[in-house]
Design a protein around this ligand. Structure first.
Ligand code: C5P
Length: 224
């Protein structure tokens, strides 16, 4: 049986990928399935928390039991829903894949193919919701981010994760090593759980539910 260590706590989890509309029928999107966020919501509810799941576009997952689900489409909708839900929350987990950019204008009608020139695609920057949530957080609220990182010339995924944790200002950051078919659209996840206190825990490859348990263990320890 799972511990009931989140009983009486309110937690908010975002999941899935945002869709940024170009016109009434088209959008810019990403490949997030929402599985990790749903696992986080399900496990938190099993551990006794009152859970609000803010779900952007996901695979066909089915609502987790005993979880309040708020559906959103775009990054700007996700932002509003997160700020509203985070107000009286003990913990906030940003597992959603938020589009960094959106089309800078939403065409009122379907964009037509006319002539030989494709229309220009101009983008606007979306807000960084995680950074905003950190800035707006109540005293004692624990904020968790996710980062999908590949290694490159500048460093390994862990190195990039540390820098991102500092930049975002959250309490915990789950770093997933991606590339080579890892993490996206697959049931397993692995990586590291980094704490703003300098802690670092390697997360062996395992189910998204197992990774969720590690996240809630770390959150529960910080709430005590
Ligand atoms: O900077 P990067 O997109 O890698 O950061 C990932 C983390 O930041 C995730 O927790 C994601 O949910 C969050 N994020 C956000 N708003 C954005 C982009 C990412 O909250 N516009």
């Amino acid at each position: 049986a799972l511990p009931r260590d989140l009983a009486g706590r309110r937690v908010v989890v975002s999941a899935g990928g945002t869709r940024e509309a170009l016109d009434p029928v088209r959008y810019l999107g990403n490949r997030s399935s929402g599985r990790q966020g749903y696992a986080l919501a399900r496990v938190a509810a099993q551990r006794g928390a009152h859970v609000t799941l803010v779900a952007a576009h996901t695979a066909d997952l089915g609502d987790p039991a005993a979880v309040e689900v708020v559906r959103v489409g775009s990054a700007l909708e996700l932002r509003d829903a997160m700020h509203a839900a985070a107000k009286d929350a003990d913990a906030v987990v940003m597992a959603a894949a938020v589009a960094d950019f959106r089309p800078d204008a939403l065409a009122a009608h379907k964009i037509k193919k006319d002539g030989s020139e494709p229309p220009p695609l101009r983008l606007a920057l979306n807000p960084d919701i995680l950074v905003e949530l950190v800035a707006a957080r109540e005293p004692g609220q624990v904020v968790v981010g996710f980062a999908a990182e590949t290694g490159d010339e500048a460093g390994d995924p862990l190195h990039h994760g540390r820098a991102k944790l500092a930049r975002k200002g959250c309490d915990l950051l789950v770093v997933n090593a991606v590339g080579d078919g890892r993490a996206f659209e697959v049931p397993d996840n692995s990586g590291w759980l980094l704490g703003a206190d300098g802690s670092e825990k390697e997360l062996e490859a395992g189910s998204k539910a197992l990774l969720a348990s590690h996240v809630w263990d770390a959150v529960a320890a910080r709430l005590d």
